[in-house]
Design a protein around this ligand. Structure first.
Ligand SMILES: O=P(O)(O)OC[C@H]1O[C@H](OP(=O)(O)OP(=O)(O)O)[C@H](O)[C@@H]1O
Ligand SMILES: O=c1cc[nH]c(=O)[nH]1
Ligand SMILES: [Mg+2]
Length: 209
């Protein structure tokens, strides 16, 4: 079973409360989503492998560390995942960005894929799939299905708010995928929204309420 980790650093908890507040407007919401994404990127990259390299300081030659892992691809699930990309790129600037367009049908709650564009050689890359919300888990599972079909084998899923129902669905479907979230909330309501949650992340990011 993949690892499930709640990254509840005090700065992250503080910022998440700002996002939950219904009075937080679009501009500030967008900024804070990116700030949290940056903090999550720091934690998610903690296990990245290193290799020894020789470097010459102004004083001596020395052997020090350099990142050695697979090339990273940040994969936002559109639309809301886009809100996390810049924050992630702040810490992993050499990452490529692939896009998966997916919306949840309002009546059935089933995910509908409408766009996919990924860099080549997915089998040789580490993918960080990002989406602020893991609710029923349908969108995350469908996105990861699509990525595995294209050869991806090394995938982490990073979100801001997860419902227990979605965590279970994602773990059952993709036990090899590590899941990182800033918060594990209580449950879903009858419309599939996370309680307490922060509402519709895409609408709040892009002002489409
Ligand atoms: O776990 P699930 O039940 O599938 O729900 C989560 C999905 O719902 C939201 O996207 P939405 O469908 O609202 O699309 P949007 O990002 O374009 O607003 C969210 O950003 C996730 O992708
Ligand atoms: O609470 C939720 C559930 C799904 N998608 C969202 O944006 N918010
Ligand atoms: Mg939405």
């Amino acid at each position: 079973m993949g690892n499930f980790q709640v990254i509840d650093h005090p700065l992250i908890q503080h910022k998440l409360t700002i996002l939950r507040d219904k009075n937080t407007g679009t501009k500030y919401f967008r900024e804070v989503v990116n700030e949290i994404a940056r903090l999550l990127a720091y934690e998610v990259s903690r296990e990245m492998p290193l290799r020894d390299v020789e470097v010459e300081t102004p004083i001596v030659k020395t052997v020090q560390k350099q990142l050695a892992g697979k090339k990273v691809v940040i994969v936002p699930i559109l639309r809301a995942g886009l809100g996390m990309v810049d924050g992630m790129l702040d810490l992993i600037p050499a990452a490529k960005v692939g896009h998966v367009g997916m919306y949840r049908d309002h009546d059935t709650m089933e995910p509908v894929e409408y766009f996919i564009k990924m860099p080549s050689d997915l089998s040789e890359r580490e993918l960080l799939v990002v989406d602020p919300m893991l609710a029923t888990g349908g969108s995350a599972v469908a996105a990861i299905d699509a990525l595995k079909k294209r050869g991806a084998t090394n995938i982490k899923f990073v979100c801001l708010v997860a419902a227990p129902e979605g965590v279970k669905v994602l773990q059952d479907a993709h036990p090899d995928v590590n899941i990182y979230t800033a918060s594990l909330d209580e449950k879903l309501n009858e419309k599939g929204y996370i309680i307490p949650g922060l509402g519709d992340a895409g609408d709040r990011l892009f002002g489409t309420m």
